[in-house]
Design a protein around this ligand. Structure first.
Ligand code: ZN
Length: 451
């Protein structure tokens, strides 16, 4: 039996229903599952691997609910550094014409390395780039790269079937080919059971890039197979204006017309919703992935986090693609989420505790994983992140848990995914990071040559 004991945890942020924060605590895991959480004398467990948390702060592994990992091959790309969404997209799409599964593999490994070192144990990747010339099995590379790193992974099968100036013909696929690949990926990778390491979600890109038929058929297939649905919505004001002009409806109305209503859906960004749309989304318990860094970087706006959460919708966090972030640092994303709502609504409008809920429990809700993820409790998966108690930038902090978000973002000392130690002493286990980064740099240089 695989046993793990994490001892000497200074602050254990359980996120259990009582939101207990335990002092001088320990966690015992067996076969990937939390068996015991306690304080006081540490149990002696025969054959257990013992990790000393050195008084650190332990939180449930954070859940990243929006990303486009391939984009880390074009981060801080000069031509799009200072542009809003649509020109930004048009400015980097030509780079990807020769994109291959091998490129996605290395981009995913680097994206996952960033996420894991910053406290993430489950990440989704919304991959919508399927160049006509590339192998049709492109998202397979994402699953295998995630597996090589030991992270939990939700491959969101993105799609575009409407060519446009920003998404030209070579970047689009036929509706039938997309649906066939959704089914193929489900058959090959989706595990809907407790403790699952691999799931798929179906994720048309936007109401501009995808026709109503694709949205409807995707929803019908997703509901038949019981998988989650994801799409971009409410990211910019222009999106609402253009949808009315070209489709005769706002994007949320389009989604309803396309059978996209329900608690099996989470939307990326969710900024520019009017009051009626917020009421509609919360009534249907539709979730949002809040991406504060990307929203600031592209000047898109500020998500109505409290209106959505107060109405009962989960609002989780997403680092978004690295061409608009430009780093996937999960703790930093949480910190920005804490501050961005305060910019509009004041210092009391968002707390460390609420942001930690968004980073963990709301993420589990949006991905349909409330039964096995999101908190550190007996019966849940042993997914947890241990941050050092303090560092230079947080030295002497009175409230160690608040300092985790109020002070400069740290990286983890220890990361555990399904009971396996994936980061030890601040280093990714079994990953030759310098070699990976060199390979990634060369791939990025090749991609960027296409400018
Ligand atoms: Zn996105």
């Amino acid at each position: 039996m695989t046993r793990l004991l994490i001892k000497n945890i200074g602050h254990l942020v359980t996120m259990n229903p009582r939101r207990e924060v335990l002092r001088d605590a320990y966690v015992v895991a067996e076969e990937g599952w939390v068996k015991q959480v306690g304080t006081g004398p540490v149990p002696s467990l025969e054959g257990a691997r013992v990790v000393d948390a050195k008084g650190g702060i332990c939180i449930p592994g954070m859940i990243n609910t929006h990303h486009h990992m391939f984009q880390n091959l074009a981060r801080a790309f000069t031509p799009i550094s200072n542009l809003p969404l649509l020109p930004w997209l048009a400015g980097h799409i030509p780079l990807w014409k020769g994109f291959t599964p091998d490129d996605l593999f290395v981009a995913t490994q680097v994206a996952v390395a960033e996420l894991m070192l910053s406290g993430c144990t489950l990440t989704s990747d919304h991959h919508y780039l399927f160049p006509a010339a590339a192998s049709r099995d492109i998202l397979d590379a994402g699953f295998h790269a995630a597996e090589s790193m030991g992270v939990r992974y939700v491959g969101c099968r993105g799609s575009v079937d409407n060519p446009s100036p920003v998404m030209p013909e070579w970047a689009c696929q036929k509706t039938d080919a997309i649906l066939e690949d959704c089914q193929r990926l489900f058959d090959k990778y989706h595990d809907g059971g407790p403790g699952s390491m691999w799931q798929v979600a179906f994720a048309p890109c936007t109401v501009f890039g995808c026709g109503g038929t694709l949205y409807k058929e995707t929803a019908r297939l997703a509901r038949k197979l019981k998988v989650r649905m994801h799409t971009h919505s409410g990211e910019t004001i222009a999106e609402n204006v253009d949808a009315v002009a070209t489709l005769g409806m706002r994007p949320v109305e389009c989604l309803s017309a396309y059978e996209w209503e329900g608690d099996d859906i989470w939307l990326a960004h969710g900024i520019h919703f009017d009051d009626a749309e917020v009421a509609h989304l919360t009534r249907n318990k539709m979730g949002v992935a809040h991406c504060p860094c990307s929203n600031m970087r592209l000047g898109s706006g500020i998500c109505r986090v409290n209106d959505l959460r107060d109405g009962g919708s989960p609002v989780s966090l997403g680092v978004d693609g690295s061409a608009s972030n430009d780093s996937g640092h999960m703790l930093n994303e949480a910190r920005l989420a804490l501050f961005l709502t305060r910019v509009v609504h004041g210092a009391e409008s968002m707390t460390v505790e609420k942001v930690l809920e968004m980073a963990t429990l709301d993420g589990a809700r949006n991905l349909g994983r409330t039964a096995d993820l999101g908190s550190i409790e007996p019966g849940k998966c042993a997914d947890l992140a241990v941050f050092p108690a303090e560092d230079l930038w947080s030295n002497g902090a009175e409230n160690k848990v608040h300092a985790l978000l109020l002070c400069h973002p740290r990286t983890v000392d220890t990361l555990v995914v399904h009971g396996e130690v994936r980061v030890a002493d601040g280093q990714l286990v079994g990953v030759d990071l310098p070699r990976l980064l060199e390979h990634h740099r060369k791939t990025a240089a090749r991609i960027q040559e296409r400018r």
